[in-house]
Design a protein around this ligand. Structure first.
Ligand SMILES: [Ca+2]
Ligand SMILES: [Ca+2]
Ligand SMILES: [Ca+2]
Length: 170
């Protein structure tokens, strides 16, 4: 599953809670002066972790595999909770990248966002950026970003352009 492959930065088939938390803390770096946004970032990422692993607030899973992720997603009665959590996460992640608060992120902002998350190589993001930028004005709006993220997560079609959200995956 593409989404899992992207999150599994070291490609060993497992995302430990420690790996995940490290990614979350990286995402918090650009908003380090804004504790309210940081709190929202952690909360939304924790929500997603619970959905992905099928864990609960009192019983947090320590690791995630692709099989667990697919199983948890299939068990969702509706995707409403997941979509709502994803949208909330997109909004906060977008705001953290939009450092000049003009409502848009350019390629440089976008790359920086993934640098902070700990992505070892962000060169492939340019191809993804161009796909997400559907009106080709060289910048991403929150709408473009959210739509692409949700479509990427749910895309089953081999030929959906959003399969290239993160550039061409191996
Ligand atoms: Ca891993
Ligand atoms: Ca901006
Ligand atoms: Ca655009």
């Amino acid at each position: 599953m593409k989404y899992f492959d992207v999150m599994d930065l070291d490609n060993d088939g497992i995302i430990s809670k420690e790996d995940y938390d490290r990614m979350v803390e990286g995402s918090c770096v650009p908003i380090k002066d804004d504790p309210v946004k940081q709190e929202k970032m952690r909360k939304s990422q924790e929500d997603l972790w619970q959905i992905y692993t099928g864990s609960t607030e009192t019983n947090v899973a320590r690791f995630l595999t692709e099989a667990i992720l697919i199983d948890s997603l299939l068990k969702q009665k509706s995707y409403d909770r997941l979509k709502a959590s994803l949208r909330e996460y997109c909004r906060i992640f977008f705001q953290s990248m939009d450092t000049n608060n003009d409502g848009y992120i350019d390629l440089q902002d976008y790359r920086r966002g993934y640098d902070y998350k700990g992505f070892p190589d962000t060169s492939f993001l340019k191809q993804g950026f161009n796909v997400i930028d559907v009106n080709h004005d060289g910048k991403l709006s929150l709408d473009e970003f959210t739509r692409a993220t949700v479509e990427f997560m749910f895309s089953e079609e081999d030929n959906s352009p959003f399969n290239f959200y993160f550039g061409q995956l191996e």
